[in-house]
Every structure is written in structure tokens, then in C-alpha cells.
Design a protein around this ligand. Structure first.
Ligand SMILES: *Cc1c(COP(=O)(O)O)cnc(C)c1O
Length: 358
């Protein structure tokens, strides 16, 4: 039989996809994972849950127990919680329900690339607003994008990946008003929320077109599990439950989420250790020929001033240290992003960078 290739949707065929190159190195500081494993008690609890699961039965479709525990954690109703396979699946489900063909999604670059990637795959038009010179959000730009394009979904990311910068409560409230005025939805991606001094979760209510997304991938040290959630109005969660595939969240993952929630204190300890370690890295980077941005997350964006970023990235890899090369991202010429690792990993990174730049 002759081999015939089938053409993908035209808008998909021209896409480049999402790439985060993995290179085999000793010090991996490129994907903002936690360098610290979750506690042994958590692993034991998951192992024991695995033995108790009725493997021949479908999981609890609504993940009711997990939603209830997350609702308790945040002081909201279980009907205001939606859980999925990573916050990326949360965002995809949200975009399928509220974006899609004939609708637009607004992002302010540079920000997390998956917001626009997911929007495009769902068939939405993506409106890319620009941040200011210093990479902070420009409310004038937000206002003009929102009133002109009237996006169904507007994204903020706080702390923003890859800059690490936090939006103030005043900024989020202002954007929320702009978005509400045109009948749109504001999504605040708080993948790094626990590292930050405040959370937009305090603005959630049934009458507000606002959702906040969170993930277990970073602060909870569970990137391997692919678990994320959002908090938002119950009328919105009800729409998401119609869109998501049945039984999308497997029993083991639901159990893993529940087990994690028994170790909130450990998670908060890891967050404060990493925040302190970020302070140390920030001071050390300021002593090198680098420009850097004030981060409230577990990573730092920096721009080497005396060597181009591609060269620095390569010379770090030669020293077995992997960081994220952001220099090709909009507005981030010459920039690299380093994830906060363990003290030992960060010392390896700093020593390598010192050799390269000084
Ligand atoms: C890492 C990250 C996520 C996490 O996505 P998961 O699918 O939950 O792993 C979401 N948003 C931002 C901004 C991130 O940096």
C-alpha cells in the first residue's frame, strides 16, 4: 500500500511545540523543580495507598475527597475547586471551556509560554501584549489590549515565570476590573504562589470572574505526579467538569494529593529554605557582571553583561550545569534563568559562572 501522510490542522502544522531541552548533566537547574524530595512519610503513605486501591475500578470521577481537602486548605467550598493532571491540564480545560475558536486569549510577554501554546492548540486567537522595559506589567498596555481585543481569557502569572516578579494586590484588582468590564475571565497562574508575599486567592468569590491556578509540581516537590488545581467560582468549575475527560485523574494520583496535604508544614519549610537560598544566590549574582530581576519564586532571571547568553549557557553545560536559555523568548535577549537548587548545586553553578564571566 502506498504510504499516505495525513495533514494536521494547518495552525498546528506550523507550530514549533514546547521545548525544554534536557541534557545529561550533574546539576539540573532548568525546569524550576524542587531540589528537595518530599518527606519519607509521604512516600510511605502513597505506597500504602497504592496497595489499598481497587485497581479494577475507575477512580472517583470528581476526586471529591481531594477537592474537599483542598477547599479546607484554602477556606473555600469544594464546589470551587477543580483538580487535574498538572496545572497545564487545568489551563487546557479552562481554555477549552472559555477560549477556543472565535475567542481570544491575552498574555503579557515575557511570561509562561504554555498559556499561549494551550490557547492556540484550542483554536483561540492569542493576543500578546508587551511588558514594560523593566519587564513589569504595564497597566496602560493591559487596558488597551483588554478594551481593544476583548479577550475571553486574560492571563497574569504571579510570581511571573520567567521574571520571578510578583504583581501587587492593587495591580491584580485593577486588571480584574478591566477584565470584568468586558465580560472576560482573569486567570492568575500561581504555580509559585507559596514563595510570594501574598496570593490572589483572597480575591476569589462567586461574583468575581477570577480563577487562581496552583500546582503540586514546584512547592510540593511532586513534579513526577502531574497534579494541579484551580480555585474559582463554582459556576465556572461546573463548566470545566463538563469539558474534562471522564476519570481523567487516576486513583493513585488522587491518593498522592491527599497524602501530600498531610505534610503542609514540610512544604512550607522547604519553601522558606528555598526563599533563603534564593537570597544567597541573589547576593552572589549581584557580585558578578550580571543584570538581574527581583524574584519571589524558586528561580532567578539574569543577563550576563560581558558575554552572550548562548555562549554562557554552553560553557555552563560543559561544566555539567544546566540552566534555561531564555534569550530567544520575546523581550529576553541575552537572558538565562536559574532554578534555586540545593546549596551544593548552587555553589557548583556560581563557581562555574564565576569562571565563565570573570
Ligand atoms: C511550572 C509551571 C506550571 C506547572 O505546570 P504543571 O502542569 O502543574 O506541572 C504552571 N504554570 C507556570 C507559570 C509554571 O512555571
Amino acid at each position: 500500500m502506498t504510504v499516505r501522510r495525513v495533514e494536521a490542522r494547518e495552525d498546528i502544522a506550523i507550530m514549533s511545540g514546547y521545548h525544554s531541552p534536557q541534557v545529561d548533566v550533574e546539576v539540573r537547574l532548568n525546569t524550576n523543580e524542587s531540589p528537595l524530595a518530599p518527606p519519607a512519610g509521604f512516600v510511605d503513605a502513597v505506597a500504602s495507598a497504592a496497595r489499598d486501591i481497587q485497581w479494577h475500578r475507575y477512580p472517583d470521577r470528581l476526586a471529591s475527597e481531594l477537592r474537599t481537602r483542598l477547599a479546607d486548605l484554602h477556606g473555600v467550598e469544594p464546589s470551587q475547586v477543580f483538580v487535574a493532571n498538572g496545572s497545564n491540564e487545568v489551563l487546557q480545560t479552562l481554555t477549552l471551556a472559555y477560549g477556543g475558536p472565535g475567542r481570544s486569549v491575552a498574555v503579557f510577554e515575557p511570561t509562561y509560554a504554555m498559556h499561549s501554546q494551550i490557547a492556540r492548540v484550542a483554536g483561540s486567537e492569542v493576543i500578546q501584549g508587551a511588558r514594560g522595559e523593566d519587564l513589569s506589567l504595564d497597566l496602560g498596555e493591559v487596558g488597551s489590549v483588554v478594551s481593544t481585543a476583548r479577550p475571553s481569557i486574560t492571563y497574569l502569572c504571579s510570581p511571573n515565570n520567567p521574571t520571578g516578579m510578583v504583581e501587587t494586590p492593587e495591580t491584580v484588582k485593577t486588571v480584574l476590573e478591566m477584565v470584568a468590564d468586558i465580560g472576560g475571565l482573569l486567570v492568575v497562574d500561581e504555580a509559585y504562589g507559596q514563595f510570594a508575599p501574598w496570593s490572589a486567592l483572597e480575591l476569589i468569590s462567586e461574583d468575581t470572574p477570577l480563577v487562581v491556578t496552583r500546582t503540586f509540581s514546584k512547592t510540593w516537590s511532586m513534579a513526577a505526579a502531574r497534579l494541579g488545581y484551580l480555585i474559582g467560582p463554582s459556576w465556572l468549575v461546573a463548566e470545566l467538569d463538563k469539558v474534562v475527560l471522564p476519570y481523567h485523574l487516576d486513583s493513585l494520583k488522587q491518593a498522592a494529593g491527599l497524602a501530600a496535604l498531610d505534610f503542609v508544614g514540610d512544604m512550607e519549610n522547604r519553601v522558606s529554605i528555598l526563599n533563603e537560598e534564593r537570597g544567597r544566590l541573589d547576593v552572589a549574582l549581584h557580585e558578578l557582571p550580571c543584570e538581574l530581576w527581583p524574584s519571589s519564586a524558586n528561580f532567578i532571571l539574569f543577563r550576563p553583561l560581558n558575554k552572550d547568553a548562548d555562549t554562557v549557557w554552553k560553557e555552563l553545560v560543559e561544566r555539567s550545569v544546566l540552566v534555561r536559555n531564555c534569550s530567544g523568548w520575546p523581550g529576553l535577549e541575552g537572558c538565562l534563568r536559574v532554578t534555586i537548587g540545593t546549596t551544593q548545586e548552587d555553589d557548583r553553578f556560581l563557581a562555574a559562572l564565576r569562571e565563565i564571566l570573570v
